[in-house]
Write a protein that binds this ligand. Structure first.
Ligand SMILES: Cc1cc2nc3c(=O)[nH]c(=O)nc-3n(C[C@H](O)[C@H](O)[C@H](O)COP(=O)(O)O)c2cc1C
Length: 199
């Protein structure tokens, strides 16, 4: 039987994006029929400032890619951009076309332009012909499995901000929920479109 696969690709220096990524993977893994692969963008994966093509190949076989970056000076980090630029070779072959996509970003400020980072992820996804999945939980919505969600009230993806370099519990809950949501939608798509509108 074909098993659906989700990739989480992210850059993190001080570990908060990394923590969000871990919780996204936990959420996705709560659907037993879905596998996850994690790609943390590291300095050693950059060759002349471009992300390794070899590592990128791992993404061709997945059904969904979840992009993550800290917000740096109002956009993605340079390291995430080096990953995105390296994906131009994949763009030529349309290998990511029709995969699901979503994203997550954290900033040190409540309104530190994380939305711009999210718009960058969306642009990248749309350039690749991917299908963007937003955050459907309302601000501070209570979820029966994951608890309180979406402190920022963003609908474009998971937007987080730190307080004293710590993550708020609501944002860890939201990360798990986002991974779960992508896994559920990947499964529904593989079952056929008639099922997709069920909540
Ligand atoms: C170079 C640099 C630029 C930053 N720019 C922003 C910014 O524009 N907006 C914001 O809210 N936070 C900004 N921050 C704070 C980081 O987004 C924040 O510390 C984040 O948690 C880092 O993620 P990490 O822990 O995964 O490395 C910046 C930090 C650095 C180092």
């Amino acid at each position: 039987m074909h098993r659906a696969k989700i990739a989480v690709v992210y850059h993190s220096v001080t570990g908060l994006t990394h923590q969000l990524a871990k919780h996204i993977v936990m959420g996705a893994n709560s659907i037993a029929t879905v596998d996850t692969v994690t790609l943390q963008i590291k300095e050693e994966d950059l060759i002349e400032s471009r992300y390794s093509q070899k590592k990128l190949l791992a993404l061709n076989s997945v059904n969904a890619i979840i992009f993550g970056s800290p917000t740096y000076m109002g956009s993605v980090s340079a390291q995430f951009k080096s990953f995105a630029d390296a994906s131009s070779e994949i763009w030529q072959h349309k290998s990511w076309k029709n995969k699901l996509a979503t994203g997550f970003s954290i900033g040190g400020s409540m309104s530190g332009e994380q939305q711009v980072t999210m718009q960058y992820f969306q642009t990248l996804a749309l350039q690749h012909g991917m299908l963007w999945l937003g955050m459907d939980a309302h601000r501070n919505e209570q979820h029966p499995l994951f608890g309180q969600l979406n402190r920022s009230g963003a609908s474009s993806g998971l937007i987080a901000h730190s307080t004293n370099d710590q993550l708020h519990q609501t944002e860890l809950n939201s990360a798990r929920y986002l991974g779960y949501r992508v896994a559920v939608m990947v499964e529904r798509l593989s079952e056929g479109l008639t099922n997709i509108c069920n909540s």
